[in-house]
Design a protein around this ligand. Structure first.
Ligand SMILES: Cc1cc2nc3c(=O)[nH]c(=O)nc-3n(C[C@H](O)[C@H](O)[C@H](O)COP(=O)(O)OP(=O)(O)OC[C@H]3O[C@@H](n4cnc5c(N)ncnc54)[C@H](O)[C@@H]3O)c2cc1C
Length: 179
């Protein structure tokens, strides 16, 4: 991971330094660093966290990352995308089958999923600011945040992040008639 805007600094330090840093982080690949022949072999993926103001238009509904780009923090983007899909199926199956779908039905998907999206993204942004950014900026060893030290000491507490990641803010269950 590279702090946002710091890729130019990384480049300025030179390809040899970059290769040495990668080899240090991934010792199993140290013998393959010559494969990075130039900066053209290095692809930067810029991570964004954002949301559409409106997820629906006549004939169009955006769900998953199309409606709300997720950061990799917590590994929950796929959960949210699937929960959006299940909510969309629950809300839209009957109106679609009965050929009475309106724009308001499409907007109902956003009304149901907007809060869990906001809550999950807020958690991601806080984790990014409080844990990941200070770690990226640290020059020496870092100590784990208090919440992590507590979870280490009291195993029962680990159920909280387990629930937050695995189940999430608003779990969805398939409720269409066929199911
Ligand atoms: C680096 C990184 C790591 C991540 N790690 C995790 C993780 O560990 N766990 C987790 O849960 N989430 C993770 N996420 C988030 C997660 O990847 C996304 O939230 C999730 O994939 C969103 O699913 P989606 O179906 O909405 O979109 P996508 O998975 O992006 O699916 C969209 C699909 O549409 C296709 N497509 C695009 N345009 C067209 C077109 N014109 N015609 C046809 N097809 C098209 C694309 O090829 C793609 O297959 C990570 C994200 C990043 C950036």
């Amino acid at each position: 991971m590279i702090e946002k805007g710091a890729f130019e600094e990384t480049k300025a330090r030179g390809l040899d330094t970059f290769r040495a840093d990668v080899a240090h982080l991934l010792p199993f690949a140290a013998g393959r660093m010559h494969e990075i022949a130039s900066w053209d072999d290095v692809k930067l993926l810029t991570v964004k966290v954002d949301r559409l103001r409106e997820w629906a238009r006549p004939g169009l509904l955006c769900i998953g990352d199309a409606a709300h780009a997720m950061s990799p923090v917590g590994g929950v983007g796929i959960n949210l995308a699937i929960q959006d899909a299940v909510a969309a199926a629950n809300i839209l199956a009957a109106p679609l089958r009965e050929q009475r779908l309106t724009l308001d039905d499409l907007r109902a998907v956003q009304r149901r999923r907007a809060f869990p999206t906001w809550a999950t993204q807020t958690f991601q942004v806080i984790a990014q600011r409080r844990v990941i950014l200070p770690t990226l900026r640290a020059k020496g060893p870092v100590s784990a945040p208090l919440a992590m030290r507590l979870a280490n000491a009291f195993p029962l507490l680990r159920r909280i992040p387990g629930y937050a990641v695995g189940i999430g803010v608003r779990p969805e269950h398939v409720r269409t008639g066929e199911a």
